[in-house]
Design a protein around this ligand. Structure first.
Ligand SMILES: O=P(O)(O)OC[C@H]1O[C@H](OP(=O)(O)OP(=O)(O)O)[C@H](O)[C@@H]1O
Ligand SMILES: O=c1[nH]c(=O)c2nc[nH]c2[nH]1
Length: 193
């Protein structure tokens, strides 16, 4: 998606440790017009799929998933939580994932009320790096018996393994920008086309 690539090139910065900082528009300050255009791009890619729910993971996936839902007939958006809470009553599906930016293991929890057998789910997230967050959501869907119709990602770091592993597992992964290489010294960012 040219608009997203242009924005990354303009406002993104490359940090040591394979970190692309895009918090000016994607995962701290949020450009909702851009989110809206991203939702439209996923709707075009996944047109014809019987998607009736969007599943994401807190925190950064939530805003993107909510804007995307407007392009999928206002389907419900469910986000997996990364901490237990007294608000999480009743039965839950849970697993654990290692957080790339927080560098520690988190529980990933969704209430059984909001993820059901026979749901046709689109998974959405802001970043795909090693794929841990997505593998966690896939595990929750497997436990619930939900059908995964596809995976929509804003920024995939193609030099990390997550995207390759998901595609090898047969998932339709639509990443709107794929970074093939980035250099913290020069700030240069190369996109896959
Ligand atoms: O493919 P992966 O290696 O799993 O990396 C991608 C995940 O990392 C980030 O989550 P993180 O927990 O770092 O931050 P967040 O709470 O801001 O979403 C991002 O939002 C993705 O969920
Ligand atoms: O802001 C972010 N930059 C990244 O490079 C990244 N990788 C996973 N999650 C990420 N979030």
């Amino acid at each position: 998606m040219q608009e997203l690539e242009d924005r990354i090139a303009k406002d993104g910065t490359v940090k040591p440790g394979n970190v692309l900082k895009v918090d000016a528009f994607l995962n701290h300050q949020c450009d909702v017009a851009l989110f809206d255009h991203m939702g439209a791009a996923w709707a075009e890619h996944f047109a014809g799929k019987p998607i009736d729910k969007i599943l994401t993971i807190e925190a950064s996936g939530i805003g993107i998933a909510c804007m995307a839902a407007r392009h999928f007939g206002d389907v419900p958006v469910v986000f997996a939580k990364k901490a237990q809470s007294i608000n999480l009553d009743g039965d839950q599906y849970s697993t654990t994932v290692y957080s790339f930016t927080k560098q520690k293991e988190f529980p990933v929890i969704v209430s059984r009320k909001y993820l059901n057998a026979g749901d046709h789910v689109l998974l959405i997230d802001d970043f795909l790096a090693n794929g841990k967050a997505m593998q966690g959501l896939i595990e929750l869907c497997r436990k619930a018996g939900a059908v995964i119709e596809g995976i929509g990602i804003a920024v995939e770091k193609g030099f990390q393994d997550g995207g390759r592993l998901l595609r090898e597992q047969g998932y339709d992964v639509d990443s709107l920008a794929i970074v093939d290489a980035m250099d913290p010294e020069t700030g240069e960012i190369d996109f896959r086309h």
